[in-house]
Ligand binder design. Structure first.
Ligand code: 5GP
Length: 190
């Protein structure tokens, strides 16, 4: 098990890169089948979704477009629930089939906000595809149509996800090591 320290917190391997890759394969196959002939517009939510967007798009086999937006929503290891505006959506959305690409859906505040803004622009349809989904934390009724992997309600980094700016480049997914687990592992070493 690999352990890394990012700022003040320790993280350990949680989902190996190969498992994540296989899960993204499945989402890409599902999306490609569902959107055949619809020329979907993928909307990646920066910063975190850059990795998932890139990995998904290279596996999608149908005609499609991609753009990126940015929302300011999250600091540290707990969701604030506060989301500011959507920046960078210049494409014409009306009548398009839109697939929002998220790195992780936690409480769902961010995705709720994005869906509300997109709905005002009259798309033909909007679905969500996310790399990671925390069902136990999710508080919205917006369906999450495409999920690469469901995870427990823990703070994770890697593959685009950060802890205060660090960790986005880690391969696979790492989860935070709680203080209690650290003490136990230190004792077992002693
Ligand atoms: P939500 O609005 O669904 O509560 O949170 C969505 C955003 O919070 C994600 O796009 C991500 O930026 C951040 N987030 C939620 N959970 C995690 C996590 O476990 N790790 C990291 N690095 N970010 C998270």
């Amino acid at each position: 098990m690999t352990r890394v320290r990012l700022h003040d917190k320790d993280f350990e391997t949680f989902i190996p890169e190969a498992d994540l890759s296989a899960a993204i394969d499945r989402v890409a196959a599902d999306v490609s089948a569902a959107y055949q002939g619809k020329q979907p517009l993928f909307v990646g939510v920066l910063n975190g979704a850059f990795f998932f967007a890139s990995e998904l798009l290279k596996r999608v086999t149908i005609e499609c477009e991609i753009t990126f937006v940015k929302v300011a929503s999250y600091h540290g290891t707990r969701s604030t629930g506060k989301v500011s505006q959507l920046i960078g959506l210049n494409e014409r959305i009306e009548g398009r089939h839109v697939v929002v690409l998220e790195d992780i859906v936690d409480t769902g505040h961010t995705i709720r906000h994005i869906m509300d803004i997109l709905a005002e622009r009259r798309p033909a349809s909007v679905t969500i595809a996310t790399m990671l989904y925390k069902p136990d934390a999710y508080k919205q009724d917006v369906p999450i149509t495409y999920v690469a992997l469901e995870i427990p309600n823990e703070f994770v980094v890697g593959s685009g996800l950060d802890h205060d700016g660090l960790g986005r480049n880690l391969r696979g997914i790492y989860k935070i090591v709680e203080k209690k687990a650290l003490v136990e592992s230190d004792q077992s070493i002693a």
